[in-house]
Design a protein around this ligand. Structure first.
Ligand SMILES: Cc1cc2nc3c(=O)[nH]c(=O)nc-3n(C[C@H](O)[C@H](O)[C@H](O)COP(=O)(O)OP(=O)(O)OC[C@H]3O[C@@H](n4cnc5c(N)ncnc54)[C@H](O)[C@@H]3O)c2cc1C
Length: 125
């Protein structure tokens, strides 16, 4: 088992103090700035509560990520993009679609088959 050094104790004490400070200065601490954490924080803020989000990485969005194919930069607003994480919403994702509308986030319709492919599709035997 790894031995705790003085650095570990100092860091954990500092983290404890930081969390205690945050816990007393905000109503809710949200862990993770993925879709769940960000939408929870948004809903809490709408209820009038103060919220602090703690994120372990250097980006928001969690597993919803993109890459600019020209520059190689991640998580940027660009038309030269490939998605490398959460991308598609189906009509059953009604809460996410409502949230996108509320936030003015544009969605577009896409189908994995063309209309003619769909009409030519054979029923399984
Ligand atoms: C390749 C791929 C394609 C996908 N395609 C689709 C799709 O088309 N449609 C769809 O609906 N879904 C898709 N998904 C799934 C979708 O991306 C996830 O369901 C969604 O992003 C999960 O969001 P979340 O907030 O629950 O979790 P996450 O996105 O995992 O966010 C959790 C966040 O919490 C942070 N975190 C974790 N632990 C800690 C900690 N202890 N302290 C601080 N921060 C912490 C993480 O760093 C992360 O940012 C896809 C996923 C992948 C990987």
């Amino acid at each position: 088992m790894a031995k705790w050094t003085m650095t570990h104790f100092v860091l954990s004490a500092a983290l404890g103090h930081a969390l205690a400070y945050l816990a007393t200065s905000v109503d809710v601490l949200v862990v993770g700035a993925g879709q769940a954490g960000m939408s929870a924080a948004y809903a809490l803020r709408k209820m009038g509560l103060s919220v602090q989000i703690l994120e372990a990485t250097d980006h928001v969005g969690g597993r919803t990520r993109n890459v600019d194919v020209r520059t190689g930069q991640s998580d940027v607003e660009t038309d030269d993009v490939i998605e490398i994480g959460g991308t598609w919403l189906s009509p059953e994702h009604s809460a996410a679609l409502r949230l996108a509308t509320e936030l003015g986030i544009e969605v577009f319709n896409a189908s994995f088959v063309t209309a003619s492919e769909a009409s030519n599709a054979q029923e399984p035997a």
